[in-house]
Design a protein around this ligand. Structure first.
Ligand code: GLN
Length: 204
């Protein structure tokens, strides 16, 4: 029996890495570029990449409205990094014309770890998953969570965390999951496994 069909938005970003991780956890990944393809999936991954570019392409490919509608009707979606930005209702330090999908009541700050800190790595406990190695690449963090949004992970408060100390970097609300970091780059598939479990719960 094959696992749930999980779309990976394939306009820009680290699509291949998500496809591979989903395959390894027993899901059936499908690349999504057209609105019709949204009808046929049980869940969707919004990959890391460049949120402003992905937003433009969503508009160009006429996927923005269909995707908003799919989120509203309860499609499980997992956004990593740029994907988290796309899911957020509020984007701080975004471009004025930045197109987003929204649906998750959080405010995220783009490129929050600072210009000098292009990438930052740390180990942190992720609720529901366990300790993970978190890789941040020009990542956002979460500055506000609305009612009902569960905080799944924060950066440790050690001196090595710098300005990121204590910041929220993983959240969930119902079928929506978002992480500032990129589990698809570490070879540790537990976050994808966790999302597949969410998708199964949503469709049962
Ligand atoms: N800084 C990027 C953005 O604003 C996100 C980076 C990433 O996805 N690795 O979209």
């Amino acid at each position: 029996m094959s696992g749930p069909r999980i779309g990976v938005l394939a306009l820009q970003g680290d699509v291949r890495e998500h496809v591979r991780a989903l395959t390894r956890v027993g899901a059936e990944p499908v690349q999504v570029r057209r609105p019709e393809e949204l009808a046929d999936i049980d869940g969707l991954v919004l990959p890391g990449g460049e949120s402003t570019t992905i937003g433009k392409l969503l508009d160009l490919f006429e996927l923005l409205e269909p995707l908003r509608a799919a989120v509203k009707t309860g499609l499980p979606v997992y956004g990593s990094c740029a994907g988290m930005i796309l899911l957020a209702d509020e984007v701080l330090d975004g471009r004025p014309d930045q197109a987003t999908v929204g649906g998750l009541d959080i405010a995220v700050r783009r490129n929050a770890f600072g210009r000098q800190v292009d990438s930052f790595e740390t180990d942190l406990p992720l609720a529901g998953v366990g300790d993970v190695h978190a890789v941040f690449i020009r990542a956002p963090w979460v500055e506000r969570t609305g009612p009902g949004v569960e905080v799944l992970a924060t950066v440790g408060t050690g001196i090595e965390s710098g300005a990121a100390a204590g910041k929220v970097v993983a959240v969930r609300r119902g079928p929506l999951l978002a992480t500032s970091f990129h589990p698809e780059l570490t070879g540790d598939d537990r976050v994808h496994g966790f999302f597949v479990q969410m998708v199964k719960e949503a469709s049962s």
